[in-house]
Design a protein around this ligand. Structure first.
Ligand SMILES: *Cc1c(COP(=O)(O)O)cnc(C)c1O
Length: 350
């Protein structure tokens, strides 16, 4: 492998002079702040929000550092993982020239973000067992391949991707390997964060939207080398995480034990739901899940989807998606919600 971050970067990003905010140019404490054109009087109702937030979210990063075992300088925080995804395209992929590889069926934003950025998408579908098709992937790589997207546990299939396969790619691909671990807290498999010290071409993405129960706050994380994190910082919107969100997240991150209990509860509900679904006649197959959802093959996906809707229960119809023919994706809810789902499914008449 001959990984070189400088040659991977888009030329305009390499030479970019980043925006320099008032908070970049003055660090420290002062008595009077007249440098950022803020309103010193403040909003009558929400006075304390009159100042711009910390552009680098240092307090959040310190807490995340302790939780994840990664140095603050190896953490980037985005307005949801979706911002992290978009920034990787902008940093590394020249529109109309470079390409990336995805492995469908997988998370939709890798493709949408490629299309928004006018970046060619190459697809190596997963194998029947939902693992990577390494042979196919290798044939797709050329000198302009900048990113390989791996989602583990994968959405919508729910399985973790074999770690040896991920390492095989990390060892042989000269571009950036992104491992999206949105569901890692529900998985039996360890996070790839532990591989960061070995692989300069690895980016691990996580989020507060799933296990932490904070989808409404919009907070995504990327863990990578200091060099890659500094590129993220160079191109991100200056104040991408609001003060309100930073305050709430700092509070939420103090609650690791409660979050772990919640994860345990969802994992045991996943098991209960899986077992109960097995006994329902219209259910043909339940795929093993390392996430907070189940991919379920049913007798008639469209009819069952519509039936559930008429019972005011919404699931995701994935029956038109490659390798997911006839499948619904069902999020594990509260015990009560899961019971309602099971009752409705039991009442379905073919
Ligand atoms: C839900 C999900 C995310 C989370 O995205 P946010 O923008 O952080 O809410 C990321 N990746 C995958 C694969 C997901 O399913």
């Amino acid at each position: 492998m001959s990984f070189n971050l400088n040659t991977l970067l888009r030329p305009n990003i390499k030479t970019l002079t980043p925006y320099s905010s008032a908070r970049d140019e003055f660090h420290g404490e002062a008595k009077v702040y007249l440098d950022a054109n803020e309103n010193s009087i403040g909003s009558p109702l929400l006075k304390w929000y009159n100042r711009y937030p910390d552009p680098y979210q240092q307090k959040i990063k310190e807490k995340l550092s302790a939780i994840k075992g990664v140095a603050p300088k190896q953490i980037f925080i985005g307005n949801g993982s979706d911002e992290c995804i978009d920034l990787l395209y902008r940093a590394f992929c020249s529109p109309g020239k470079d390409n990336v590889i995805i492995c469908p069926p997988t998370y939709g934003m890798y493709e949408v973000s490629a299309n928004i950025n006018d970046v060619e998408l190459r697809k190596a579908p997963l194998l029947e067992n939902f693992q990577l098709d390494l042979v196919h992937m290798e044939t797709l790589v050329d000198a302009n391949t900048k990113l390989i997207w791996i989602c583990s546990p994968n959405n919508p299939t729910g399985n973790s991707i074999n770690r040896e396969d991920i390492e095989m790619i990390l060892n042989n691909f000269d571009g950036i390997v992104v491992v999206d671990e949105a569901y890692i807290n529900f998985a039996r498999q360890r996070s790839c964060i532990s591989l960061l010290s070995e692989y300069p071409n690895l980016v691990v993405m996580q989020t507060l939207s799933k296990a932490w129960g904070l989808a409404g706050l919009r907070l995504g994380m990327s863990f990578a080398s200091e060099e890659i994190i500094s590129i993220y910082n160079k191109i991100k919107p200056p104040y991408n995480i609001s003060e309100a969100v930073q305050e709430l997240v700092i509070k939420a991150l103090d609650n690791v034990e409660d979050v772990n209990a919640m994860i345990q509860e969802l994992v045991s509900e996943r098991k209960r739901l899986e077992e109960a679904l097995t006994a329902i006649p219209v259910v043909e197959k339940i795929y093993p899940s390392d996430a907070n959802f189940l991919l379920v093959k049913v007798a008639d996906a469209k009819a069952i989807y519509t039936w559930l809707l008429s019972n005011e229960i919404v699931v995701r119809d994935r029956s038109k998606v490659i390798l997911c023919e006839g499948c619904l994706r069902i999020t594990v809810g509260t015990a009560k919600e899961n019971d309602e789902l099971l009752t409705a499914l039991q009442k379905f008449i073919v």
